[in-house]
Design a binder for this molecule. Structure first.
Ligand SMILES: Nc1ncnc2c1ncn2[C@@H]1O[C@H](COP(=O)(O)OP(=O)(O)OP(=O)(O)O)[C@@H](O)[C@H]1O
Ligand SMILES: [Mg+2]
Length: 349
């Protein structure tokens, strides 16, 4: 009778027994979990979520009758994807059930605002840097040319050491300037493409460059073709995977360096300024040390690097290329588990 009333709610409700098993759920739960009630009831509530000690403790306290109500974030598993949710757990007294859990997907608007802000910020910085690069390009050519002429005139061979410094530094700057322009200068070829061909290409390149890294491919074979530019996507994914491989191969190695390239379909995803019914998620997961805390807020900005010899352009270029596909690049990082996710819309809502 009560569950009938709960079916009127848009919030997902799970009712638990003393052991943390699900005794009942409402219709919204079946929608959110993408499973029928028959497949939900009888499961342990905790098994629906990503491993989380805090959450397990809340469920335990709630089921043993001592939790008045606690709200927290969690990651919920759905077939082929996981989504961020906010949930409230509470003990029930004098009821047929021991505890109740209410689950709401995280406000899409918030996520949209956050990614849109990032996109705006990076676009501004890119415009600024592209202008600067453009200004630097011409004098740089002149500088290099003059050094070459000077070198030809030099009577003492040992003096060419100096002109060579000018030439090689000019070349280094030129390469930087050229990389800044990559997102704009790659030829644009929009086509229907198989995302797994992009992943295979990147896997092969990484494997050739970093033979010590164990690379696993975990593909969802049901992903349909997407519209995009394969050269741009290869470049975007390669930058991300190369970072992972570089982090993994900095001595001393603590564990076997391992990268997983994973593809999944995500449903109801907020990307940039709109909601999409379906998106392809390409993840690059590594077991390296993780992105340093001090860089986490700025990592997609150009010229931000934590790596010796790094220019800090890789991720900002990737972000730009993914954005050209209407998607976003995001990440989660902790020691031994860093995941960069390329989210590409499959179809507009
Ligand atoms: N998988 C990862 N694990 C840990 N840190 C990472 C990872 N990916 C990126 N980083 C950090 O983010 C920084 C920025 O990466 P980005 O690719 O933008 O620049 P870079 O690798 O330093 O230089 P570039 O790619 O231009 O050669 C890196 O220097 C590194 O500190
Ligand atoms: Mg890089």
């Amino acid at each position: 009778m009560q569950t009938h009333v709960l079916d009127l709610l848009s919030t997902t409700v799970l009712l638990l027994n003393q052991d943390g098993g699900i005794e009942d759920c409402n219709t919204a739960a079946q929608d959110l979990l993408g499973r029928s009630k028959r497949h939900i009831v009888g499961q342990m509530a905790i098994s629906l979520f990503e491993n989380d000690v805090d959450l397990a403790q809340s469920f335990h306290l709630a089921c043993t009758g001592v939790l008045q109500g606690r709200r927290q974030g969690a990651v919920l598993y759905r077939p082929n994807e996981h989504i961020e949710v906010s949930l409230t757990t509470m003990s029930l007294l004098q009821q047929p059930w021991a505890a109740i859990i209410e689950i709401k997907p995280i406000e899409h608007r918030l996520v949209v605002d956050r990614t849109q802000r990032l996109v705006d910020e990076i676009n501004t910085q890119h415009a600024l840097l592209s202008n600067l690069a453009h200004e630097v390009k011409n004098p740089l050519g002149g500088l290099r040319g003059a050094a070459q002429l000077l070198e030809a005139e030099l009577s003492e061979a040992r003096l060419t050491e100096y002109t060579q410094v000018i030439i090689s530094e000019a070349d280094r700057l030129q390469a930087l300037v050229d990389r800044l322009a990559v997102p704009q200068t790659l030829p644009r070829e929009w086509e229907n493409l198989n995302i797994h061909e992009v992943c295979d290409r990147v896997a092969a390149l990484i494997q050739a460059e970093f033979p010590v890294v164990r690379l696993t491919r975990d593909y969802d074979a049901s992903i349909p073709e997407i519209r995009g530019d394969s050269q741009r996507l290869v470049q975007a994914l390669l930058n991300v995977a190369r970072n992972a491989a570089q982090e993994l191969t900095v001595a001393p190695l603590t564990a076997t360096p391992h990268i997983v390239i994973r593809t999944r379909v995500a449903r109801r995803v907020a990307l940039r300024d709109r909601q999409h019914k379906l998106a392809v998620v390409v993840s690059v997961i590594d077991n390296g040390p993780g992105v340093p805390e001090s860089l986490q807020d700025r990592i997609f900005h150009p010229l931000v690097t934590g790596r010796e010899g790094g220019t800090g352009l890789g991720l900002s270029i990737s972000q730009d290329l993914i954005q050209q596909h209407g998607g976003v690049l995001e990440f989660d990082s902790r020691a031994q588990c860093t995941e960069f996710r390329m989210m590409l819309p499959l179809e507009p809502a």
